[in-house]
Design a protein around this ligand. Structure first.
Ligand code: NAD
Length: 358
């Protein structure tokens, strides 16, 4: 398979961690007989320095011409005093919009070897946990109408609107069902259908859509308040979790915390086509940039998700995941996940160890 990948390394530790992901992708290509080409492009602070704007038109154009996009992280103190629309983070929103990405997928995975990093009791997480939150990204209350007015009886009052259409719900349900089909075949759809009209439409639409198009996928519903409780009570029951924008925002942070370490968490954003944007959930970590101590695993896992979710290379995804599990089982740790008795390694060495085990 031939694929062209746009690489937005960004700022801070961005270049180190994307170099790690590229090295692992090159090893996968060699082992499985693929041809991956990589095109470095500017976005974020480095783009501001080079051409005065966080998202140059050439970057958008080339990303649109690529098969998928790998992103490191953007931002840093150097650009913190710039006005809002000139800051590196503006590039992130711009590229998501330009690529038409309306879903955000954040797998919160707790590796067996890192069970001690979880704040939960060992018996709840000892067999590993992986909660894949599929969050709707461009609708709901964050984008609905809002306002303020002076209420005669109550004084200053503000309101926001939660609004979802069948079209928006069906397209995000599709992303969740596609993922579930490649995994356990199960989706837990989160709503507040006992109270909210938008949630009742959400529930009805998700079921109708899945029954029509994915008869092999089982959809069950869970109320959002119960979901928040179940994530800490029995996290292992979850696989693919489908949520609206706001519920996903909150629950994905809760799920991420169960796994204990920001340097391990990957994410993807997808739209209608197969092209996605794959990035670690952490930022550019300026405090450790250039020191070869960053954990590259979140970015390597993001690259693995690209292989599975954009290119349907499930075996190659598994090869990367198994290589990471092996390295962790053998006791190698970057500084952020270091514990007593383990072997501390830097970003480059962690990358080398993972690539060697593909
Ligand atoms: P951060 O995620 O960059 O760092 C938080 C802490 O986690 C730091 O101590 C850092 O050293 C550590 N850390 C993060 N990633 C790590 C890794 N891979 N390995 C080891 N340790 C790691 O968050 P922050 O410090 O709040 O933000 C720094 C900059 O990143 C800011 O400019 C912020 O705007 C930007 N940011 C960018 C993105 C993005 O590009 N998607 C996301 C969040 C923050």
């Amino acid at each position: 398979m031939k694929k062209h990948i746009a690489v937005l390394a960004g700022d801070g530790i961005g270049p180190e961690i994307t170099d790690g992901a590229i090295a692992v992708l090159k090893k996968v290509a060699e082992k499985f007989g693929h041809e991956f080409t990589f095109e470095p492009l500017l976005m974020g602070g480095c783009a501001i320095d080079a051409c005065g704007e966080p998202l140059p038109a050439k970057t958008v154009e080339r990303c649109l011409a690529s098969d998928s996009v790998l992103l490191g992280a953007v931002g840093g103190p150097k650009w913190d005093t710039l006005p809002g629309d000139k800051r590196p983070e503006k590039g992130l929103l711009g590229i998501r919009k330009a690529l038409g990405l309306y879903s955000n997928i954040r797998p919160a995975k707790l590796w067996k070897a890192l069970a001690d990093a979880s704040p939960l009791k060992k018996q709840l997480v000892e067999n590993g946990v992986e909660i894949i939150v599929v969050r709707e990204l461009t609708g709901g209350i964050y984008f609905g109408e809002r306002g303020r007015y002076e209420d005669e009886a109550l004084g200053e009052t503000a309101w926001d609107t939660e609004k979802y259409s069948v079209t928006e719900i069906r397209r995000i349900a599709k992303i969740a069902c596609e993922l579930a089909r490649k995994r356990s075949g199960k989706v837990i759809s989160v709503d507040k259908a006992n109270v909210l009209e938008s949630s009742r439409l959400w529930r009805k639409t998700v079921h109708e859509y899945a029954e029509e198009n994915y008869p092999d996928v089982t959809v069950t519903d869970m109320l959002v308040d119960n979901t928040a409780m179940q994530i800490v009570k029995n996290p292992a029951q979850f696989d693919v979790m489908l949520t609206s924008n706001m519920f996903g925002d909150i629950l994905s942070d809760e799920a991420a915390q169960v796994t204990g370490s920001i340097g391990m968490l990957a994410s993807s954003s997808l739209g209608d086509g197969t092209r996605g944007l794959y990035e670690p959930i952490h930022g550019s970590a300026p405090d450790i940039a250039g020191q070869d101590v960053a954990n590259p695993i979140a970015t390597i896992l993001s690259a693995a998700m690209m292989l599975r979710d954009s290119f349907s290379l499930t075996e190659e995804y598994a090869a990367i995941e198994n290589a990471i599990a092996k390295v962790l089982d053998e006791g190698y740790r970057t500084a952020d996940i270091m514990s007593e008795g383990m072997t501390k390694v830097g970003c480059k060495e962690m990358t080398r160890l993972i690539a060697e085990r593909i």
